[in-house]
Design a protein around this ligand. Structure first.
Ligand SMILES: O=P(O)(O)OC[C@H]1O[C@H](OP(=O)(O)OP(=O)(O)O)[C@H](O)[C@@H]1O
Length: 163
């Protein structure tokens, strides 16, 4: 039997990503107000921009966590920290990422900025408990292919692919 599981990508188009992020914005409107956004780079940068626009927030900071090397998870580390003088313990701040998968990144950031509200657009079951709010659940074994990570090219039907 053909093994197609190696290709279980779920492509997310720009329009769908924008719609799902706006869905998250609606949920966050019921939870706020917030005073600023912290993007978890790099995946959190684009949703942070959309969320900041929808929630009319003008102050945006970022934190960079490096934990994957070509899809293999290693020890997570902070490559770029927040402005602590601005953010403090995170009270009233919103942390945004595109996806929570294993939850490693979200747990590290929550421990680092404990009072902030952490939200993701997409959430896999293992990572779901690590975030405060998310918009769309996705199966653990699917790889989300975000629009900035892919390009249009011809492909084979799933039934003809080999792993
Ligand atoms: O729940 P986890 O298992 O920690 O995975 C989720 C993290 O993985 C992705 O980032 P990635 O490390 O691929 O970096 P990038 O956003 O810079 O591409 C994603 O943007 C999250 O930050």
């Amino acid at each position: 039997m053909t093994d197609y599981t190696a290709n279980r990508y779920l492509p997310i188009a720009w329009e769908l990503f924008h719609r799902d992020t706006r869905m998250l914005a609606h949920k966050l409107m019921d939870i706020g107000p917030f005073q600023g956004v912290i993007a978890i780079t790099r995946g959190g940068l684009i949703p942070s921009s959309i969320i900041a626009r929808e929630l009319d927030l003008r102050v945006v900071d970022s934190i960079s966590i490096i934990s994957y090397d070509d899809r293999v998870q290693g020890e997570p580390r902070i490559a770029k920290d927040i402005d602590r003088a601005l953010v403090g313990d995170g009270e009233g701040w919103l942390i945004i990422d595109d996806l929570v998968d294993s939850g490693v990144t979200a747990r590290l950031v929550k421990a680092h900025i404990p009072k902030a509200h952490l939200a993701t657009v997409y959430a896999k079951p293992k990572g779901e408990p690590a975030v405060d709010t998310y918009a769309v659940p996705v199966p653990q074994d699917m790889w989300l292919l975000f629009p900035w990570d892919g390009e249009l090219q011809p492909n084979e039907p799933l039934a003809r692919r080999r792993g």
